[in-house]
Design a binder for this molecule. Sequence first.
Ligand code: DGY
Length: 326
Amino acid sequence: MKPKIFVDRSLPAYVEQFLSESCLIDKWEEQDTIPRDELHRRLADAQGYITAGRRIDEELLQAAPNLKVVSTISVGYNHFDIEAMKRYGVIGTHTPSVLDETVADLVFSLMLGVSRRVAELDRYVRDGNWKRGDGANLFGMDVHHATLGIIGMGRIGEAVARRARFGFEMEVQYYNRSRKPEAEAKYDAVYRDLDLLLATSDFVVMLTPLSEQTKGMIGKREFALMKRDAFFINASRGATIDEAALIEALQNGGIRGAGLDVFEKEPVSTDNALLRLPNALLLPHIGSATTKTRNDMAMLAAQNLVNVLDGKQPPHLIAEFKDAAR
Ligand code: DGY
């Protein structure tokens, strides 16, 4: 008999077709997120679960005694309680690689958008404020030939570095857990310790995954190290930075601007001070959100899940489960 799987969102028809060849699919297709109780009920006899961002914790695992694999349609997996999953014998998979170029494009949208004040000046025109005599009040800062500091030189970091070096002729520097000699050679990238990178970059781009080690990694002290005319870009996870410290730096001229795709609390609530700061460009976590890339991610998540249920190696097992999957 085919194993039952639960999918908590709509998938492209061809992905569903692929899954249905080896699984019985139960799915949630409503716009609103599935309520916790309903999710637990639907997972009671499921062997596989496809999600994107749903917290996988002890309580959920208890409610899903047959679960073998959770396949997230995302590269980030900070919503997985890895230790609890290991205890319950549940494997986690994710979808790196297919989104690298798309997220790198978005990083550049944020860099260009905030430094050239694209959204702010769009509002300026729409509000009827554009007038003869406008000049320096519309000026921004150049991206080309500026110094870029990448925090987290993984695959996406490299895609950003390539654009920076060869498209915008930027000076690339980076900070990472380990040195990346190949990336250094390819993009003339210079390794810096974090403090020096912060102090010398015109654009600081946060791309490191969220973990216990990276939580709150950029706070008051780190923003104070940045140049007053520098821009801070976050396309990793909101909790890698101290959002209150960022708001303070933006309000007090500690840095010039920020481009953010991720936030401590998503969706952002209307009382978040960021919403009232003209030097912050804000996006609703759309790093990988193009039709092609999201379809590719969904297909990869489906392949990951089917492989695990077939007893095969999935294309992208999360590193922490390597031993568990043997
Ligand atoms: C991911 O895949 O982790 C991205 O944040 C989703 O856009």
